[in-house]
Design a binder for this molecule. Structure first.
Ligand SMILES: Cc1cc2nc3c(=O)[nH]c(=O)nc-3n(C[C@H](O)[C@H](O)[C@H](O)COP(=O)(O)O)c2cc1C
Length: 336
């Protein structure tokens, strides 16, 4: 399958692995890139630019395919040295950067001068248009379903993707709620040139996280995510657990008076506890509603190969069948 996204990033399949804190290590990115997608190392999980340089080098040892780095611009307790991170991305020969959070405008000259393709993750049409205007090569349109930060507009992908298609000139991928071939074909139908997955990639053999995390994804369903930090206008979709219940209780108590300090224990330093130590009740960690569609832990290659083979079957048999009068009477079920 060729789309504007496969051509832009020089990849085989139009599937991107979104940056994920404490998941997007070299092993994850290399597995996705080796399977023909675009694997992305999460820049800020590496605490210093020097550590990111080492992680990029480690990933290069595992794959000779294109890889990307995620740079997230979110409110944080201390601002990271972004120009230094960009320098090591450039020096590491990485040609794709996924930006997210605030607009990457001030960093665009440095990224473009290094010949880097920039895909900005946006949760609204207006932010997508801004990304186009400042010279991003593509956008990742992230619907309300997504794991992580869905923004404050609450528009699901069924509406957001066709709205983006109506307004954008640059290509975009669908992000949020993407799990399988049905997601990919639906996204392509709504104007996207591929899809970005986060949560689904955590439930793979290669994802470098504690087995408890993968088991939690198998056990959860689409009702098990919660939105936190709404009052701070820094909304995050996370998997429900004891720490998140406490957080929500504090949020209810404080209402509009909530401050980030009030929930420090439930949101700060949680990722290493969850992803490395497997402490599933530690607090807020991102997870999408798509968790309801996750029923197995394949290798990344099995997952991507399955998506591409089933997508072809959906397009050639099910969809073409409708036109040819040879329609199927059963819904398109997932294989796993
Ligand atoms: C555990 C986890 C951590 C994430 N961390 C980041 C991050 O650091 N930066 C970022 O831009 N997006 C982050 N995301 C969002 C993903 O890149 C992706 O946009 C999102 O997961 C898509 O929605 P989905 O989970 O429904 O596939 C994270 C998502 C998850 C599940």
């Amino acid at each position: 399958m060729k789309t504007a996204i496969t051509e832009l990033f020089g990849i085989q399949h139009p599937i991107i692995q979104g940056g994920m804190h404490y998941v997007g290590f070299a092993e994850m990115a290399a597995a996705v890139s080796n399977a023909g997608g675009l694997g992305i190392i999460t820049g800020l999980t590496q605490r210093t630019p020097e550590l990111l340089a080492k992680e990029i080098a480690r990933c290069r040892d595992m794959t000779d395919k294109p890889i990307g780095v995620n740079l997230t611009f979110l409110p944080s307790f201390t601002a990271p040295p972004y120009p230094e991170y960009i320098a090591v991305i450039r020096e590491g020969g990485v040609k794709a950067v996924e930006t997210a959070g605030r607009s990457p405008e001030q960093y665009m000259p440095a990224l473009k001068a290094a010949g880097i393709k920039v895909i900005h993750k946006c949760t609204s049409v207006r932010h997508s248009l801004k990304a186009e205007k400042i010279g991003c090569d593509a956008v990742s349109v992230d619907g309300f379903e997504c794991g992580g930060h869905p923004g404050e507009d609450d528009i699901p992908n069924m509406i957001l993707l066709p709205r983006a298609a109506d307004e954008l000139k640059i290509p975009f991928v669908a992000s949020g709620g993407m799990a399988d071939a049905r997601s990919l074909v639906a996204a392509l139908s709504m104007g996207a040139a591929g899809m970005n997955m986060g949560t689904r990639f955590i439930a793979t053999k290669e994802a470098p996280v504690h087995p408890n995390v993968k088991q939690a994804l198998l056990d959860a369903d689409e009702l098990d995510t919660r939105l936190v930090m709404r009052a701070l206008r820094n909304t995050e979709r996370v998997l429900k657990n004891k720490g998140v219940d406490e957080l929500l209780e504090i949020e209810r108590e404080k209402g509009a008076r909530l401050k980030i300090e009030d929930i420090h224990e439930q949101v700060a330093g949680v990722y290493p506890k969850v992803m490395i130590d497997g402490e599933m009740d530690a607090g807020a960690w991102s997870c999408g509603m798509v968790v309801g569609l996750i029923n197995d832990i394949p290798t990344v290659k099995e997952l991507i190969d399955r998506i591409m083979a089933e997508a072809e079957a959906i397009i050639r048999q099910r969809l073409t069948g409708f036109l040819d009068g040879k329609f199927e009477t059963t819904p398109a079920r997932a294989v796993a």
